[in-house]
Design a protein around this ligand. Sequence first.
Ligand code: SIN
Length: 539
Amino acid sequence: MIPDYLISIDPAHISFEKVDCLIVGSGIAGLRAAVELAGFRVLITCKNHLYDSSTYNAQGGIAVALSSNDSPQFHFKDTIATGCGINNPDAVRILVNEGIERVKELIQWGCKFDRDSDGYDFTQEAAHSFPRILHARGDATGKEVVDVLLAKISSIPDIQLQTGFFLIDLVFDGEHIRGGVFYDPSHSNVIFIQAKVTIAASGGFGQIFQETTNPFSITGDIQAAAFRKGAALGDMEFYQFHPTTLYMAGVPRFLISESVRGEGGILVNSNGERFMNNYHPDMELAPRDIVSRAIIHEMRRTNSNCVYLDLRKLNADFVVNRFPGIHRFCFEYGIDITRDLIPVRPCAHYAMGGIITDFYGQTTLPGFLACGEVACTGVHGANRLASNSLLEGLVFGARAGEKAKDLIISSKNKDYFPPEYRVKQQKDLFIDVYDLQRSIKSLMWKNVGIERDHQGLDEAIQRLDAWGKYIFLKEFSTQTGWETQNMFILSFVMAHAAFLRNESRGAHFRRDFPQTRDDVWKRSQQFTKNNFHPEKKEK
Ligand code: SIN
């Protein structure tokens, strides 16, 4: 059902560019990878503008064992405990140990993390046994990091940045990935960028859900393209929902950082009652999946569509200085976070699953690397420890960059131009892509969201299967059409993976199987296009 390409390729009608390394994505992982590639021709593309990334929006910070009482061993233990037994321990060791060097390097390049009178001001976040979250400009850590990395890159010749380029497909010569086919909407032009090495670094796929903190552009295009070409996707059933995003009609689902709870913010239900004591001894700083489910239960119990964050007991000046971005954003919509309750509820936030890689970003497709949220190294297991994602981008971005350098040097690939390719199009169907996209998002939110069960997942698979019978019959010529096809692929893989995992573990919660079943499921699942058969699912 899933085709190799989304568009027909006629070499006579596409333009052509050639680089050593193509990096898709301008967040922390892609930018950090590029730093390793001085001396080579590198092109970094992004779908929208340079700041349209989950990195840029990151508020909370970077988890790193740099405070005097802390150690990488403690960070390792917390990451493994949160991942519920299926992290790859070697990946976690790399993260917590190399993370220290990578963060020090970032500081050397000019990154100014916030300080107090004793040195760096480390914040506490959920499931960390020490305050170890570095933050910058209060709640604008991502902005600081992106600015520092962009400045670093601007000093390296031959690294080009191209905004507004949409990746339609990866190009595979049968042995290697040879670059990507892009759409440039401003010129209605299709471009083949040939590369010796291609690095995916474009974030997750939160837009498959109706409610998400992810930017609108995060539709998982490269994960879907990699799957079409035969790459393995892993841990796709594990998707993290962030407990606290602003919930007001017509307002973007703006993240209210976990560090707000780390600094003493509490959760109350619509009756004004603090409730987390009924769910976990760590109260508001319980793991994210537990807080998200507690909020959903309280919303149901009190027949309300949100709960509230209450910061009114904190010093108002402290709140404004520590969380200037959150204060400013909420204020624009009439909420003064120093005096008013903040209406919040959970939203899709972070994909633990993605394109399977080794510890240097190598995927199952030669010439194609992945790093950051787009990748699945196994570092997060079934649930990601808060603020480990920026660290992941730094550590595994640098490693992917190093590996890309070796591969470029040893590459013997000659020039390649994709042969003429025709999508097997059967009919010129009318498909309302906006309606289809809304339907996918709503189905995923309701049936494959925070709480799942057999019936809901079965229904999701049946509906996706039905939509799959026609969604690829049409060859779209619009970005929204291709994005919808990509969202469909990732939704289908996730629904199927969640259906098969009949246990609860980390972020994957099954109402009908609330226990963790180590005897059967202390392992990851991987899918490729060849072993993906949702229609043959076991009952
Ligand atoms: C937050 O600030 O709560 C988000 C950080 C993260 O996703 O780890």
